[in-house]
Design a binder for this molecule. Structure first.
Ligand code: CA
Length: 186
C-alpha cells in the first residue's frame, strides 16, 4: 500500500511494481510554492479527482520532476495536474504567478545531464539518483556505447546483404553480384 501526502514535504519511496524498478523522489520543502506555476516544461496534463494523485502521477512518470496542481476543481470536480520535466531551480524566470496553482518540485539529479547521444536523464533511479534512458542504437550507463547490431544479431539484413555497423544504427549493403543480377533483370 503506497500512501503519498501531497501538501507536506515528503520523501516518496515505494516499489514500483509496474516499472520493475524502485524510484526515490525527494520533494524539497523549498520547492513547495503556493500561487505559482512552472511554464514551458509540461509533458502531460491529467485530470485528477483526488489532489494527492498528482504527486503519485509524477512519481510514476519517469521524466517528471515537478508538477503544477490547480487547487480549485473544474465544474465536474476534477483538478488539473500538470507534470513537468524540469524544476523551478533551473528555470526560476519561467515561474508564473497564478494564485490558483500550487507547485511542487523534487531535487533534480539531472541538472548536470550526463546522458550522451540524445539519451534522456531521469531523476530518482539507481544509487546515483538518476539514470539514462538511451535511444535505439545506444547503451551504457550514459548511453556512451554504440550497439553493434551486426555483431549482436540485432539486424534485419538478408542473407544476400552485408551488415554494416554505423554509430547509432546500421545498414544493409547488397552483395556486388546481387547488384549485377538486379540490373540485368531490369
Ligand atoms: Ca550501431
Amino acid at each position: 500500500m503506497i500512501k503519498l501526502t501531497l501538501f507536506a514535504p515528503a520523501v516518496f519511496m515505494a516499489r514500483q511494481i509496474l516499472l520493475k524498478e524502485c524510484r526515490h523522489l525527494d520533494f524539497k520543502p523549498e520547492l513547495a510554492i503556493e500561487g505559482k506555476r512552472l511554464l514551458n516544461h509540461i509533458i502531460n496534463t491529467v485530470q485528477v479527482v483526488d489532489t494527492e494523485n498528482c504527486g503519485f502521477l509524477c512519481f510514476t512518470e519517469p521524466n517528471c520532476v515537478s508538477y503544477n496542481l490547480k487547487a480549485s476543481p473544474t465544474t465536474n470536480g476534477y483538478h488539473e495536474c500538470e507534470l513537468n520535466n524540469s524544476t523551478s531551480e533551473e528555470h526560476e524566470n519561467e515561474m508564473e504567478l497564478d494564485p490558483d496553482y500550487v507547485y511542487r518540485g523534487v531535487k533534480n539529479a539531472c541538472v548536470s545531464d550526463p546522458c550522451m547521444n540524445n539519451g534522456t536523464c531521469q531523476t530518482g533511479f539507481t544509487e546515483k539518483g538518476r539514470r539514462c534512458s538511451c535511444p535505439v542504437g545506444f547503451n551504457g550507463e550514459n548511453c556512451e556505447n554504440d550497439i553493434d547490431e551486426c555483431a549482436t544479431g540485432g539486424n534485419a539484413c538478408a542473407d544476400y546483404e552485408i551488415c554494416n555497423n554505423t554509430v547509432g544504427s546500421y545498414n544493409c549493403i547488397p552483395l556486388p553480384c546481387i547488384k549485377i543480377q538486379q540490373e540485368r533483370n531490369l
